[in-house]
Design a protein around this ligand. Structure first.
Ligand code: AP5
Length: 210
């Protein structure tokens, strides 16, 4: 199955992708994680992306498209994949379709995790990640176990200001791709303003697997 998770910053895309990857046995491909890894490694692509990401701006389409379209050609994607955070502009959606057409496959479902803006800022600011396992926590909603404090990191773009800018970008650049998928009858809206377990159940139902 080839799926796309779309949603605003803090909607729970990464949280749900971590669960769905294990349930559906497909690789989780996060454009944000791949870009952060490139920044950390100091690659030319990472150096180009860093300033955009810290400010909460989108990295240029040409950079992200190349990265993801190469990744979905890898052997482990032959049975399917779960894209998280890509596409998020119309040119990215069109480039993905073109890359998949070359492979003679297509997207099966686009899951839109919808959460009101006022909930998202608090979610983003309280997020912490275990740098050893990559697991995502929230200081209030999904607190980390005691003793893990030294391993927790906060993303540079998880400030109130950068989050507001990311939200603006989401409304201006990413929400307009939803009709693109709705017209193809691929779009499934999931209410993300519930507990993670309830959201997972809603996603499974939306996929016809519940
Ligand atoms: P990216 O990493 O994709 O960030 P994002 O889309 O802003 O999404 P987040 O990772 O902030 O949130 P999420 O939906 O995954 O939520 P999470 O599960 O962590 O992108 C980062 C940057 O990279 C972009 O700004 C851009 O610069 C660049 N980039 C990436 N892709 C790009 C692209 N395609 N084109 C151009 N640039 C690109 O949850 C958030 C918090 O809430 C956690 O603490 C979690 O524990 C908690 N939580 C989750 N679910 C729930 C729930 N149901 N109830 C309560 N709390 C919850």
């Amino acid at each position: 199955m080839r799926m796309i998770l779309v949603g605003p910053p803090g909607a729970g895309k990464g949280t749900q992708a971590g669960i769905l990857r294990d349930k559906l046995e497909v690789p989780h491909i996060s454009s944000g994680d791949m870009l952060r890894a490139a920044v950390k490694a100091g690659t030319p692509l990472g150096k180009e992306a860093e300033a955009f990401m810290s400010a909460g701006d989108l990295v240029p389409d040409s950079t992200v498209i190349g990265l993801i379209c190469e990744r979905i050609r890898a052997d482990d994607c032959q049975r399917g994949f779960l894209l998280d955070g890509f596409p998020r502009t119309r040119p990215q959606a069109e480039a993905l379709d073109a890359a998949l057409a070359e492979l003679d496959v297509q997207v099966d479902a686009v899951l839109w995790i919808d959460v009101p803006d006022d909930i998202l800022v608090e979610r983003v600011i309280g997020r912490r990640m275990d740098k050893k396992t990559g697991r995502i926590y929230h200081m209030k909603y999904s607190p980390p176990p005691k003793g893990l404090t030294d391993r927790l990191v906060q993303r540079k773009d998880d400030t109130r200001e950068a989050c507001r800018f990311r939200l603006e970008k989401y409304h201006r650049e990413t929400r307009p791709i939803l009709p693109y998928y709705r017209e193809r009858k691929l779009l499934r809206r999931v209410d993300g303003n519930h507990s993670p377990a309830t959201v997972t159940a809603a996603i499974m139902t939306a996929l016809g697997l519940g």
